[in-house]
Every structure is written in C-alpha cells, then in structure tokens.
Write a protein that binds this ligand. Sequence first.
Ligand code: FES
Length: 124
Amino acid sequence: MPNPKSIPNAGAIDICPLDEMPEHGARGFEVAVANGELLNIIVWRDGESLRAFENKCPHLGLPLETFPDRFLSKDASTLICSAHGARFNADGLCTSGPCQGDGLTKLDVRIIGAGPRIVLEATP
Ligand code: FES
C-alpha cells in the first residue's frame, strides 16, 4: 500500500466537526492548501474508522459523485464512481470497473480536540 499523499500546508487543515460526519457514511469537501489550490476530497467514516481520499477517479480523473455526498454503495461497503461504475474498497483500491487494480490517492486524516474535529494532515 503506497504512503498517503503529502499535502503542502503550514499545519493540519480543518475539515469539519466529527458530529457533522454520518457515523457510517461519506462526504465530499473542497479544502484550500498552501499553494492556493483547492483539493477535492472524500472523507469516509465507518464508526471509529476514518479515511480520506482525493476525489479523483483513476480511470479518467473525474470526481466520483454526480450528486453531493453520494459516494457509497447501498450497504456502505464500497465507494462507487458514478461515471462508469468503478468500485473502491476501504483502502481505495479499485476492485471492479474500468480501473480495476488502480487506486484512489489516500490522504492522512485524524480526529483532534475535545470538540472533536476532523483534520487533514499536512506537511510544512
Ligand atoms: S471516471 Fe470513474 S469509472 Fe470512469
């Protein structure tokens, strides 16, 4: 499994309060990084497990969703690209579809504070 992508920024990037994430669901966010670019990301929470990926399908580079925050299969076990149906497991690996064997770019996220909040790890 490749190391998560490094995000340039002066510090951790605030995403949202933990209680704004469904306990078993995924949401999309657009975050500003240090070089002035906006990064389109998916945060996927499954109870205590939290993971994030760049929202860019390895097939054609498109965002996965057609409708806001509609990323997951009905049983919430896989991410689905709405363009051509690629399915991605919890590690971001494409398990079926036109980019099978490729993967989403993984990002480092964690939960901090008494709030608590979800933050994207960044490198100075
Ligand atoms: S762009 Fe995602 S499956 Fe084609």
